[in-house]
Design a protein around this ligand. Sequence first.
Ligand SMILES: [Ca+2]
Length: 114
Amino acid sequence: MKKSLVAIAAGVAATAIVLGAQAQAFAAPKGKSSGSVILFDDKNFSENGAAQGLAGTGCQNVFRDDVASSLSASGTIKIWSGANCTGRSAVVSGDVLDLATIGFDNEISSVAFG
Ligand SMILES: [Ca+2]
């Protein structure tokens, strides 16, 4: 009886490890193209304010967070209110002239590409 319980426990542990590996593969799928985005501190891509670029694959934290008011992205990206792609999120494509229109003015802390 005791021996079979140990065997069941080992089986559950092995299953958990497999599920963990699958979750990780899903979060960073192979073969996804990289992306890039320019985050402008002011709306309408104003060059009066500062801007910062971000590129790569998967989740990337913004260097200066909570300042972007407009953005220009290559393709479709997901923006997040928290670091490491946490908190609120929104999917955007191409240019967003005024992030306030989607409730993300001075909110972006991380971006997910791919
Ligand atoms: Ca701003």
